[in-house]
Design a protein around this ligand. Sequence first.
Ligand code: GTP
Ligand code: MG
Length: 419
Amino acid sequence: MHNTEEEEEKVILIGIDQGDDVYDAESSLDELYDLAKTAGAKCVGRMIQKREGVHRAHYFGKGKLEELKEYIKETGATGVICDDELTANQMRNMENILETKIMNRTLLILDIFAARAHSAEGKVQVELAQLKYSLSHLTGQGKSLSRLGGGIGTRGPGEKKLETDRRNISDRISELNKELKEIEKHRKVLREKRVKNKIPVIALAGYTNAGKSTLMNTITNAGVLEEDKLFATLDTTTRKVRLPSGAEYLFTDTVGFIQKLPHNLIKAFKSTLEEVKYADIILHVVDSSNFSRERHMKVVYETLNELGCEEKPIITVFNKIDKEEAVFPLPKDQRAIASQSISAKKRTGIAELLEKVENTVKSFKKRVEILIPYDKGGMVDFVHGNCEIVSSENTEKGFYFKIYVDNESYNRLQSFCLK
Ligand SMILES: Nc1nc2c(ncn2[C@@H]2O[C@H](COP(=O)(O)OP(=O)(O)OP(=O)(O)O)[C@@H](O)[C@H]2O)c(=O)[nH]1
Ligand SMILES: [Mg+2]
C-alpha cells in the first residue's frame, strides 16, 4: 500500500470466528480496520465466517468464498485483508478463486512499520522482516505479488526465476543481519554506559495506542510523536528526567504490542523490543477506555514473557481514565507490583505514579551503615560513585556513611557494614 499509482485501496476485511471466548473475532476485525486505515486503505466491507477452524486450502469454506466473491463485485473492492496468517498455498488459491489481491494482518503491520521506521535500526529491521516474509511466501505468490504470473506454461522458467529470487533475498538478508549486528553492538555500548552510570531505566511498554508516547511527553516534555494511530512510535526514544525528589531517571518509550504479532516479526524487532528487558522497571500502559483492555493486557504479558521479562518489576498504568468509555472498577493485575490510574492527557495521577516509581527503585536497595577505616580510603570514592548517601561523618575509626546500596554494591561493601 502507500501506493501512488493506485488512488485508494478499497478492501474487505475477513476473519474467522472459532466460537471460543478467549478471542473475539468482531473486535479483532475492529482492530484490523484500524490497521487498514492506518496503512491508508478504505474498508468497504467485512465478513466473518463461523467455523471450527481455518479451511486448509482456502481459509474460508467454499460456499462462503463464493459469497465473498459476490461481495467483492458489489462493493468494487480492490483487495481482501485476512485477519490471520495465510500459508503460501491458501494465498494463491484465494487469489485464483477471488481474482483479487489478498493481504493479511502481517503484511499490513509490515507496511505500517515500513512507513514509520526512521532510525537506521528501524529501517533495517523492517526490511529484514519484509524479506523474511516474502521468502516464506515466495512459492505461493500469485497474481498480485509475483512478477511471473502463474499457471501452466510458466512453470519451467518460473521455477528458475524463483530460485534466483530466493538467492537474492537470502544474500540481502545476510547483509542486513550483519548491519543489524553492528547496530546492536552500538546499542549494547550505550546500555553498558547507562549501567555504569547507575541511572535507573524505566521503560514504557504496552499495547499499541495505549498512550505510551503521551505519557512519555507528559513526564518528559520530550516531544515524542503522539498520534491516534496504531504504531505511531516505532523507534525507541530515551530521555533523562529529573524527578521532583531530585533523582535522575531514564525513561524509554517503546514500540507498541499487538495481538497476532507473528513470531517472526517479534524476532525481527527484537533489538527494539528488547529495550524493556534492560529496564529496571516496566510501566505497562493500558488504555482503560478500550473494551478489549483485558485481552490487550494478556497480549502484552505474553509478548513480555517471550522477550524474557518474566522477572521484571511491572507497574500497571491504567491510562485514559478521563474518557467516558473507561469502565470502573479497573481490572486486577496480579502480576504487577503496583498500579496507578492516570490520564496522561489531563495530567492526573502523574505525581502518584512517579512516587510509585521512585519507591520501587528504592525498594531495590538496602539501607545500611558502613565504616571505612582510614587506610581503606580508596573505598570512599566507590561509595560516592555507586551509592545514595543519606549522611556521612569522619569519625575516630574512619569514614562513617549511612547509604542506600543496590545488591551489587552491597556485595563489595559488606565487610564494612555495621550491625
Ligand atoms: N482522552 C485521552 N486520550 C489519550 C490519553 N492518553 C493518550 N491519549 C490519546 O490516545 C492516542 C494514542 O496515544 P499515543 O501516546 O500515541 O499511544 P502509544 O501507546 O504511544 O501508541 P503507539 O506508539 O502507536 O503504539 C492519542 O490520540 C492520544 O492523544 C488520555 O489520558 N486521555
Ligand atoms: Mg507511541
